[in-house]
Write a protein that binds this ligand. Structure first.
Ligand code: NCD
Length: 305
């Protein structure tokens, strides 16, 4: 039985397979409409979510399966003090697979160690978000036709942004990757990303505070929201929240074939006027997120067409 807690739990070959199943689902959705008949997904979300929870649920419905949902900590026994381990043992009696989001880093790992069914990490604190990474990799592969030989800029809250940490970790296994880290000094990526991921894998990277000078070299610009809920004080958040706002004017410095990505939700980081620019990919990411989660659920439940 397999769980997905960290993107490194999947080999690059397995990621290629998920991308190829996802592409087949896009081409032939009917083929997959009954493969999870009789199976149940439990979504346990102890933090807010729109896309991740609904995309997991839509994915399971589109595979012909069923869904049970805890959509906030306050509506579950977690609010009575139940441990993650006990919740995982309990839900294992009802469901076939769990998708869990939790504010505590490592909570989905604890769930996986105690569950008797596969557990998918749907975001743990400021740590990891491996299914957003699968979404991002599917999007990059569909937009660029490759996952190697790319210059990828990450912009915004690189300290608390878990989607950034997981995607850098995933990209560090491909060749010809260059990473440009664009953030305020206070929101730089954690040291474990520069030391244990980038340096250890010999990935070329630079850190800068300046989006405009970084833009011309980028194949992909991955914008992120400043993660208000992870700040210790509101004043710091208010000072940093509008550090980077991508506007049509700034985009004139970018390449014609740039792909602009964002895990969403967007607050202020991308002007709405950019949504109609052919380089904007963030709503395509939303669609790809449902599709790649269909492929992942099938893999972890070991079902095939
Ligand atoms: C992200 C998350 O929850 O980490 N959202 C998502 O899952 N698409 C990004 C964010 O909240 O800023």
């Amino acid at each position: 039985m397999r769980s997905l807690i960290d993107i490194q739990d999947l080999t690059p070959t397995e990621i290629d397979e998920l991308i190829s199943v996802a592409n087949d689902i896009i081409a032939n959705p009917k083929k997959y409409s009954e493969v999870c008949r009789g199976k149940k997904l439990a979504t346990l979300f102890f933090e807010p979510s729109t896309r991740t929870r609904l995309s997991f649920e839509a994915a399971m419905y589109e595979l012909g399966g069923n869904v049970m949902s805890v959509s906030s900590g306050s509506s579950s026994s977690a609010s009575k003090g139940e441990s993650v381990a006990d919740t995982a043992k309990t839900v294992s009696c009802y469901a076939d697979i769990i998708a869990m989001r939790h504010p505590k880093e490592g909570a989905p790992l604890v769930a996986a160690m105690n569950a008797s069914i596969p557990v998918i990490n749907a975001g743990d604190g400021g740590h990891n978000h491996p299914t957003q990474t699968l979404t991002d990799l599917l999007t990059i592969s569909r937009e660029k036709g490759r996952l190697s030989d790319l210059t990828v800029g990450f912009c915004g809250d690189l300290k608390f942004g878990r989607t950034v940490h997981s995607l850098i970790s995933a990209l560090s296994r491909y060749t010809g990757i260059k990473i440009v880290l664009i953030s305020p000094e206070e929101l730089k990526v954690p040291n474990y990303i520069t030391d244990d991921v980038l340096d250890r894998n010999g990935i070329a990277y630079e850190e800068t505070t300046d989006l405009i000078t970084a833009l011309p070299s980028l194949d992909i610009l991955y914008m992120t929201r400043v993660q208000r809920e992870r700040f210790f004080n509101e004043e710091d958040y208010l000072r940093l929240k509008d550090s980077y706002i991508l506007t049509p004017d700034k985009l004139r410095h970018a390449r014609k074939d740039l792909s602009i990505m964002h895990p969403l939700p967007r607050v202020n980081e991308i002007a709405v006027a950019i949504d109609d620019d052919p380089r904007a990919c963030y709503f395509k990411q939303v669609y790809n997120g449902k599709i790649v989660r269909m492929a992942l659920i099938m893999k972890l439940l070991e079902v095939s067409v």
